[in-house]
Design a binder for this molecule. Sequence first.
Ligand SMILES: [Zn+2]
Length: 398
Amino acid sequence: MSAPSIRILPTMLPLTLTVVVLLALLPAPGVNAVDHCPSGVLALTFDDGPGEHTPAVLDTLAAEGVPATFFVLGRNVDLRPWLVGRAANEGHEIANHSYTHRDLEELSEDEIREEVLRTDRAIRDAGAEPLPLLRPPYGHWDGPGGKVATAAASVGYTIVTWTYSPTDYLADADTIRARVLDNLHPDAIILLHDGSSNAPEMIAALPAIIDGAREQGYCFGLLDDGGGVVPPAPPEVEEPERPDEGPHPAAPVVTGTPLWLLRDEPSGGVADHRFRYGRSGDVVLRCDWNGDGRDTPAIVRDGTWHLRDRLAGGAADHTFVYGRVDRGDLPICGDWNGDGRDTPGIVRDGTWHLRDRLAGGAADHTFVYGRVDRGDLPLAGDWNGDGRDTPGIVRPDG
Ligand SMILES: [Zn+2]
């Protein structure tokens, strides 16, 4: 059971009016962003750049409307920082492939940390927010709990490798295309190299790889903080212009790389739980997702909910699309049916849409309460102690 299920952080992102207007035009909550990907989602990843061939890769991805994750070498970022800025601006993720491309298994933990942190700094200096994933050079690491993963984790990074490599740095375009298209599966992480001298062969194959994968029913996503493949953002919808009409609600959005610092006692002092979860632009909230009596974190990114059952970063325990949080729906959570588990809800234009399960789909409870579209702050809680969370609003200047 939950106390107020939305917590407004000091950093609040005001909704733009155009978004509020847009909401009226959108389909009902529960529209699933992966509906147009019947075979699943793939992640394209590019290693060893940025290099002289990276602009051609970015041009192709832009022309095809495909997002990708670039595992950059810090030394190359320092040589061509503008390419990292461009890639980030064009919607791609920038992750870490070490500074020098040495075999991390042969380095000390201190040296591994230095490889990661120099690259992290180079990415930030280039104007991008790094995704906290480390792909060890050559895929060499000594497994979970080993030296490489431990050193990476100590600076906030998770190891991710790949599920398929066509060895594009050795093959011709036709071979690369055929190998990739013969080895697709849901959540595949495909390893390609923009930093290879053979990259022109890969670039020649890239449009056919993208078209072929789409013909097979796949679409292209990005990686989350735990290295999981996440669906693409819903298709862009043209936003009409409209003049301001007054106050509008705000969502609890974080900036930077958010660090969660939680206390177990109702007092100040040293945090009892400290972890990183989410990144800049994510909406954050917390609820008791598995009914064990403890609240744990969630982020909503591009409309996809990523819930954790533990007080820790890492891969989400529950992932689903509910509502259009990326378009201004306000996410909330609570135990709507009194079964002991908190589940999601959204408020869109003053209408509450609540789910009884950790999944997208049609709302189980829909009603209008308050004037959330006019600035009322929605707040759910178990006001009468019957074990069910119910709606409330806090009205400014009420
Ligand atoms: Zn590499």
